[in-house]
Every structure is written in structure tokens, then in C-alpha cells.
Design a protein around this ligand. Structure first.
Ligand SMILES: [Zn+2]
Ligand SMILES: [Zn+2]
Ligand SMILES: [Zn+2]
Length: 278
């Protein structure tokens, strides 16, 4: 598989509207970050995205996405979901499955209620099939309906397994993507990882993890908290994403060197970065 970072910025993106800080005015293209999203291409032509943030259209055009087989959502915050309408041209021929945990799918159907209502002929809407995936948390018991969701799903030769994590008090998902024995985990907007999920992070080729900034934050890992998880999980390589404008790409690289991490092992991600897992 090949994974490509469609966006690596925090909820504001970088540059932040109206901000005059040096990072928002940096000339380094690596300091220009769309909202966080990942493209996953399988070995036999599969194409999936994790999250559809507000820049999804620009990201899809830039990455040359010609078709999409599925969308996987981490959670329903605006910076991860609000570009969903722009899957419209990619769902004309076949409705697109959109996977998420139960609260995320519930929010999606409220936020994008027009998609599921009868509207006038000619009114273009994306054709999507919201699909609950992953284990239920006890707190969601009242939302239980019908069937128990599947534990994972295959899209061609790619296998996606939900990774339940905490984003502050929210129960959200990361995603483990596997193909031909290669394993990549994507965990953004995380502030705590349950034991059961840590077990699923063994023997990763790549761990992509949200690390907002150096200062602590109530609902996101800081750099040091993300580095602690990387030390615990020991993937072959790790990348930091969902980065805010406190530090430039270069300043984050310098900080990692200061902490004695080689750039081959841990690096900040940047928009457009491709990783091959063969
Ligand atoms: Zn976010
Ligand atoms: Zn700024
Ligand atoms: Zn969030």
C-alpha cells in the first residue's frame, strides 16, 4: 500500500486565518497544512480516505483521486468531517460506504440530514451509506439498535480495523490498515489510548499519531505524550500529524533531534508526503 498525507494541520489549518505568527508566514511549503486526513491506496488499485475535512475537494484534486472505494471517519469534529459533501462526484456511479463508530455515524446523519431527505430533482447530493463499525462502548448502550457492528472490514486487499481511543471525554476511532502483512496505524486527535487498543498496535510498520504542540492540551497529545506512546509501541517508523502553528516543520525536526530521535525513525508529517509499504 501507499499512504499519502492529504493534510497534517490542526483544526485551524496553517496558516491560521488572521494570524501574523512566523509559522503562518513561513515560506517553507511544509509549513502549509490542510486539515488532517490520510489517503490509502491498495496494491490492487483500492483508494480510501480517512476523514473528509473542509479541504477535501482541494486535497482530492491535488492527490489526483479518480475514484474512491470507502471513507473511514475518526470522529465528527468539523475539521475531520465537513468536506463530506465533496465526495459527490466520486459517488455518482456507486454509493460510497462511510464507516465510523456509532456516535460519529449518528452525528453525520444529523449534520448532513439533507443527504437522507427527499429533495427536488436535480439537487445534487452525495450518495453515501453510513456504516457503523467497531466495538460498542458501554456508554453507547442506549444508542444500540439492531445488529452488532463488524470488528473490521476489507476493501479489496486492504483491511481496516477500528482502534478505539479517547479524545478528551469523547470515544473516537483511529484506524489500523493492513495489507500483505504490512501494518500502518493512524491515530489523530487522541489524548488517551486504552490497553486493549495498545495491544493492537504491536509490530507496526508505521504509526501516525496526532501531536498538537509542545504545551499540554486537554484533548490532544502533546509532542512528549506522543513520543511516550511511540517509545511504548516501537513501530518501525513514526510520523507526527495534526500539528498546530506553535512550531515550524524545521523546529519540530530540531526538537526531535534534541530528544535523540533520528529523523529516519520519527519525523513530523507534511502535506503530500507519500509512504510506501511494500
Ligand atoms: Zn482534529
Ligand atoms: Zn500562526
Ligand atoms: Zn477532534
Amino acid at each position: 500500500m501507499v499512504v499519502e498525507f492529504l493534510g497534517t494541520g490542526t483544526s485551524h489549518g496553517i496558516p491560521v486565518v488572521g494570524c501574523s505568527c512566523p509559522v503562518c508566514h513561513s515560506q517553507d511549503p511544509k509549513d502549509q497544512r490542510y486539515r488532517a486526513s490520510l489517503l490509502v491506496r491498495g496494491n490492487t488499485g483500492e483508494c480510501c480516505v480517512i476523514d473528509t475535512g473542509p479541504e477535501f475537494r482541494l486535497q482530492a484534486v491535488r492527490a489526483g483521486i479518480g475514484h474512491l472505494d470507502a471513507v473511514f471517519l475518526t470522529h465528527a469534529h468539523a475539521d475531520h468531517l465537513h468536506g463530506l459533501d465533496d465526495v459527490r462526484p466520486l459517488s455518482v456511479h456507486t454509493p460510497l460506504k462511510v464507516f465510523g463508530n456509532r456516535p460519529t455515524i449518528h452525528e453525520l446523519t444529523e449534520r448532513f440530514s439533507y443527504i437522507f431527505r427527499e429533495t427536488q430533482i436535480g439537487g445534487g447530493k452525495p450518495r453515501i451509506i453510513p456504516t457503523v463499525l467497531g466495538p460498542e462502548w458501554p456508554e453507547h448502550a442506549e444508542q444500540h439498535t439492531r445488529e452488532t457492528p463488524e470488528a473490521s472490514v476489507s476493501i479489496g486487499s486492504l483491511r481496516f480495523t477500528p482502534l478505539p481511543v479517547y479524545h478528551g471525554r469523547l470515544h473516537i476511532l483511529g484506524w489500523l490498515v493492513e495489507e500483505a502483512g504490512r501494518r500502518c496505524a493512524y491515530l489523530t486527535d487522541v489524548s488517551q489510548i486504552p490497553k486493549e487498543t495498545l495491544l493492537l498496535l504491536a509490530q507496526l510498520d508505521i504509526l501516525i499519531i496526532g501531536a498538537l504542540r509542545k504545551r499540554p492540551h486537554p484533548t490532544h497529545f502533546s509532542f512528549d505524550q506522543a513520543l511516550d506512546i511511540i517509545n511504548l509501541v516501537r513501530p518501525r517508523q513514526a510520523y507526527l500529524t495534526h500539528l498546530c502553528h506553535d512550531y515550524s516543520h524545521t523546529a519540530i525536526c530540531d526538537y526531535l533531534l534534541e530528544r535523540d530521535f533520528s529523523q529516519d525513525y520519527i519525523a513530523p508529517a507534511y502535506d503530500g508526503l507519500h509512504l510506501m509499504l511494500e
